[in-house]
Design a protein around this ligand. Structure first.
Ligand code: ADP
Ligand code: MG
Length: 715
């Protein structure tokens, strides 16, 4: 048997039937959709009518839930879950680790006769008390005060998580400390949604609009990911430990031929995707689109948009499902923002809009009145993004995303808005106010004229913009593929709420109805004049834009440490405190947690790189030198010399890289000991250069790490 793990892995893959046979789908989608969710339909079946109505009001209108009905809801949930095979329940929450957390308790309660009854009370539904001391809190909660609370979020339905031998009832919850500070991502998200809802409803009222239910922000989160064969994954300690390759050369053929994007999906991958879709549909997650992405072995999954809080929860489940199903298919799902240097990275497209029931405030072109409201929200977003571009940048800052933002395939670290030609024209007209010199012969008057219907074809799309208006929504494209969407949307909701608040306050002060349009026009004109600098419709990848953005005074926060500082500026604190999204202590805790997470990630990568360089790479480089040197000696012993000068040169070149590897390792050790993230990154770069050069010098049969050409193309 081959002792080279890499060669073994490839042999194993080659001898395996491909694709593995699936079971086929036996049930119609409509029969399985939402079957594992305690959704409105299920509630109706399981709850007494009055209880059902009260719960529905809480879900739809945001009214507080009467604690008295909790017992009935809990009992119904339990009965339903047990029928689904569940033995346990868990409060499912989203701590600041960035992933989800769960602790299972069974329903059983022993009775006096040696048997058990199954119980689940309203109290246990509404509140849990997990030990919070092992979750990051950024100093909010001292370890001696370990208690934390989870509180049921009735706006995100409970669901069943299945394993091969059973099932668990999962109850989405918010997670707070004993003293009431939010220790999670959901609590501030819900608060920010509340702020946005309030301010939007105020604004709508100024326009004489009364929504027929709650106005909610919506999210459609497109998820990118890589799939590689699990055998190859297991032969790469860096992928297993850091989620990305710390070494490796780009193969001659990668994505230059553009032959992967939207290409025919390979059978094995399609089998995987079908199973993912089915699992998601059972969970009531509207998985819609699946396709090959730009890089080889890269794919995307996009669900239909949903109410924001639910969509964030669902995206967490999407990531979890992708990983779990991949494993079952002998694949590894790489969620990292940049698993392969030099190859496209993965992100999330965060499609966001504000929706009254059955409507969308970012949908233009219906009537002058609707357009006035649309333009107001549009201008509000422009002002919000310009005022708080640094916060938006901070919301997507993490070690993984630093490899992606600003590389030549992802949006740059400079936050700007793409509006498209037509909307840009409208904005310019607003800016010009009553100057009568436009394409259409006159200047658009807000509240009087209708925006021309905008064609929504692909030519009007700008793939390079970090924040693009795409017809009826804004698409924030800088979110990292591993990240929860909560962070970005907390910022987005809050900054939008702030400007809507300002505008509503001014419009509410208008006494005479006839002054309304003029006041609005002036208001929007001022906003456009001051904030249009954030609008950029050109190529965001170009170096010219970097210069131009600097001239415009737009922040360009390239790396996580500098970006994170924006979280704790007085401006940020004022914003979040005003809308009760984060208290000062909560905001600082986020800063601390994210900073520490960044530093720890870098340190882990540094240690890993060092270990691999010294124990995996160096030995094969030396082995190679030995093989060649032995050969030269043997040739000499039989009186042959041709080629030996060249081979000697080659051995020497290997030696030079061994030297470089050694020097970089020594520096890396020092940087790690000094906890200097920046130094760790630069020395890891030097180490990588030496290792990657050796990859091209050492016998392919000796090289221990699966190569890019293999990971990206063998499956
Ligand atoms: P793409 O941007 O890839 O061309 P689409 O525009 O069809 O694709 O949709 C991308 C994502 O945006 C999907 O998840 C879709 O459901 C979502 N989306 C569409 N309309 C809205 C909206 N009004 N609010 C939020 N998300 C939306
Ligand atoms: Mg998109």
């Amino acid at each position: 048997m081959d002792t080279n793990l890499r060669k073994q892995a490839i042999a194993n893959i080659a001898s395996r039937p491909n694709p593995q046979k699936g079971n086929g789908r036996e049930q119609a989608i409509s029969d399985i959709y939402g079957e594992d969710v305690f959704n409105i339909r299920t509630m109706k079946d399981y709850l007494p009518k009055d209880i059902y109505k009260q719960l529905l009001a809480t879900i739809n209108k945001g009214t507080t839930l009467d604690a008295k009905i909790a017992d009935e809801v809990a009992c119904a949930m339990k009965d339903w879950a047990i029928k689904k095979g569940a033995s346990h329940y868990t409060h499912w929450f989203q701590p600041l680790t960035g992933s989800t957390a769960e602790k299972h308790d069974s329903f059983i309660e022993p009775d006096n006769d040696g048997g058990v009854t199954l119980r689940f009370s309203g109290k246990t539904l509404i509140q849990g008390e997990p030990d919070a001391s092992s979750f990051p809190s950024g100093g909010i909660r001292a370890t001696f005060e370990a208690r934390g609370y989870t509180a049921w979020d009735p706006t995100s339905p409970a669901f069943i998580k299945r394993d091969d031998n059973g099932a668990t009832l999962c109850i989405p919850t918010a997670f707070c400390s004993y003293t009431g500070e939010a220790l999670d991502k959901k609590t501030p998200l819900l608060r920010s949604m509340q702020a946005l809802t309030e301010q939007t409803e105020r604004l709508m009222k100024c326009f004489g609009e009364v929504p027929e239910g709650r106005v909610v922000p919506t999210l459609g989160a497109e998820q990118e990911y890589f799939l590689i064969d699990k055998e190859l994954f297991l032969a790469r300690p860096d992928l297993m430990q850091a989620g990305r390759t710390l070494f490796g050369n780009i193969p001659p053929k990668h994505q230059q031929l553009d032959d992967h994007y939207f290409g025919a999906i390979k059978p094995r991958i399609l089998n995987f995707m079908s199973e993912v879709d089915e699992e998601l549909w059972k969970l009531g997650i509207p998985a819609k689109t699946r396709h090959n992405e730009v890089a080889p072995a890269q794919f995307e999954l996009a669900p239909m948009f949903e109410e924001l809080n639910l969509a964030v929860d669902h995206n967490m489940l999407v990531m979890e499902t992708l990983k779990r199903v991949a494993d079952r298919h002998g694949l590894a799902c790489l969620m990292h923002e940049k698993p392969f240097a030099g190859i496209n990275g993965s992100g999330k497209h965060n499609n966001w809009s504000i929706n009254p029931p059955g409507d969308n405030l970012l949908n233009p072109g219906k009537s002058p009145h609707k357009d006035a409201l649309f333009l107001t929200v549009l201008c509000a977003v422009i002002k919000a993004v310009d005022t708080h571009a640094d916060l938006l940048r901070a919301s997507v800052a993490c070690a993984g995303n630093d490899h992606r933002l600003g590389a030549n395939e992802a949006p740059p670290a400079i936050i700007s808005i793409f509006l498209g030609e037509q909307l840009n024209d409208v904005i310019e007209q607003i800016e010009r106010g009553d100057v009568k010199s436009t394409k259409s012969g006159g200047t658009m008057q807000i509240g009087v004229d209708t925006i021309p219907i905008m064609p929504r074809d692909a030519t009007d799309r700008n793939r390079t913009s970090p924040f693009a208006f795409t017809g009826n929504k804004f698409e924030f494209r800088a979110v990292g593929s591993t990240q929860s969407c909560a962070g970005a949307n907390i910022v987005l909701n809050t900054i939008a709420a702030e400007v809507l608040d300002e505008i509503a306050t001014k419009l509410e002060a208008v006494k005479k109805k006839s002054d309304f349009n003029k006041t609005l026009q002036d208001l929007l004109q001022k906003i456009v004049k001051k904030h249009k600098r954030v609008v950029f419709n050109g190529d965001n990848y170009s170096s010219a834009w970097e210069k131009e953005a600097a001239r415009r005074g737009l922040p360009n926060l390239k790396k996580t440490p500098e970006a994170l500082k924006s979280l704790i500026t007085p401006k940020s604190l004022k914003l979040f405190e005003k809308y009760k999204v984060f208290s000062k202590i909560e905001l600082h805790s986020r800063y601390e947690v994210f900073k520490e997470n960044y530093e720890t990630t870098i340190k882990i990568e540094g240690e890993l790189a060092l270990d691999m360089a010294l124990t995996t790479i160096l030995p094969v480089a030396v082995e190679q030198q030995k093989l060649f040197s032995d050969n030269i000696l043997k040739m000499k012993s039989v009186g042959l010399t041709s080629g030996s000068t060249e081979i000697k040169k080659h051995i020497d070149n290997i030696g030079k890289n061994i030297s470089a590897l050694w020097t970089a390792s020594e520096l890396l050790k020092k940087a790690i000991n000094a906890d200097n993230s920046e130094k760790i990154i630069t020395t890891m770069g030097k180490l990588r250069k030496a290792v990657d050069s050796l990859e091209m010098q050492v016998d392919d049969n000796l090289w221990p790490l699966p190569k890019y050409s293999e990971m990206l193309f063998i499956y």
